[in-house]
Design a protein around this ligand. Structure first.
Ligand code: PEP
Ligand code: MG
Length: 328
């Protein structure tokens, strides 16, 4: 099986009806980038910049951050990379700021984390913005903000970047050739005000790991709940389909970057509701490419539409049977 995935490395993932699906990978360490060539992924749809912070004993200096971002872009050899600004706090606490977080947070996943923390620790955000702008000098920079819950948080985060950009410009530094800004959609409240934000966005990545835990009010790290809520279920799929529909008409590149997209039936369901870009764990790239090539998006689209309108008792079983009939 491994060998057959290797053969798929240079094969573009087109569906049977000719839709080109973007199959990207998630990464967080410099060495992960090598997996781009090994898997033939279309790019890095989620680069978790907090990994550098998590493996450091102290806050990484701006120069070190910039060097990492430059190295990653260099190693990606022109493939697209989406850098997510730090998502620390929550389950990813840091020895050098965690005492503050632990004091405040009884529910760290819903607490002072990610953009919430970064916008208040202005020095941290400014340093990362500058590091990303410097690291991407002469190249395309794609910046994604985590845990955006209301549109103003995107505006405030982008403003930090624009200020740093103006500074670098005034000093005649080399700038990125293009800057695209986007958000993670992982807090359900953002879906309700997405229309206000859509005109300002280049891309959206749905983070189904956090989104699911917030939608079901079920801690993603609690093993007692791990099997309880299914990604292939009407609640999550109806929610996601509504997001897809709300994006129609905007030039926004919508994708999914949670673990959900790396599982076969889940990926099939996502194709069925109109998702055309997945960013998944590198090991999933081969299997998901293989899946994509067996799918007719119109056919699964019709099936999903029916199931979401009047859900079968067991949606996973229905989808499983449907896939089996078609040897998917
Ligand atoms: C997510 O929440 O789905 C996601 C991709 O981000 P992380 O797993 O890093 O929270
Ligand atoms: Mg998340």
């Amino acid at each position: 099986k491994k060998a057959s995935y290797a053969k798929l490395r240079d094969v573009e993932p087109f569906t049977r009806d000719g839709e080109r699906i973007q199959v990207m990978m998630n990464a967080g360490l410099r060495d992960d980038v090598g997996m781009l060539a090994m898997t033939g992924a279309d790019g890095i749809g989620l680069y978790r910049t907090e990994f550098q912070f998590l493996v450091s004993a102290a806050l990484p200096q701006r120069e070190r951050q910039a060097r990492l971002y430059r190295d990653v872009l260099e190693a990606a050899k022109g493939k697209k990379v989406i850098f997510r600004t730090v998502d620390i706090g929550g389950d990813k606490s840091l020895p050098y700021i965690s005492s503050e977080i632990a004091k405040e947070d009884e529910n760290p996943a819903m607490g002072w984390r990610a953009l919430r923390l970064a916008l208040e620790r202005e020095g941290l955000m400014k340093a990362q913005a500058r590091a990303l702008l410097e690291g991407a000098a002469g190249r395309e920079l794609n910046v994604m903000f985590p845990m955006v819950s209301e549109p103003w948080e995107f505006d405030a985060a982008k403003e930090v970047f624009e200020q740093q950009l103006a500074f670098l410009k005034s000093r005649k530094h080399k700038l990125p050739s293009v800057i695209n800004y986007g958000v993670m959609l992982e807090v359900p409240s953002l879906a309700e005000t997405l229309d206000l934000l859509l005109p300002k966005l280049s891309f959206i990545s749905i983070g189904t790991n956090d989104l699911t835990q917030f939608l079901f009010a079920a801690d993603r790290a609690n093993p007692m709940l791990a099997e309880r809520y299914d990604w292939v279920s009407p609640a999550i799929l109806r929610f996601l389909r509504r997001v897809v529909q709300n994006c129609v008409g905007y030039p926004v590149d919508l994708g999914v970057c949670g673990e959900m997209g790396g599982r076969r039936l889940e990926a099939l369901a996502l194709l069925g509701i109109g998702i055309r870009r997945l960013s998944i764990t590198p090991a999933g790239v081969g299997p998901i490419k293989e899946l994509v090539r067996k799918v007719d998006t119109r056919e699964i689209g019709d099936a999903m539409m029916g199931w979401l309108a009047s859900p079968p008792e067991n949606m996973r079983a229905a989808l499983q049977a449907w896939a089996k009939e078609r040897e998917i």
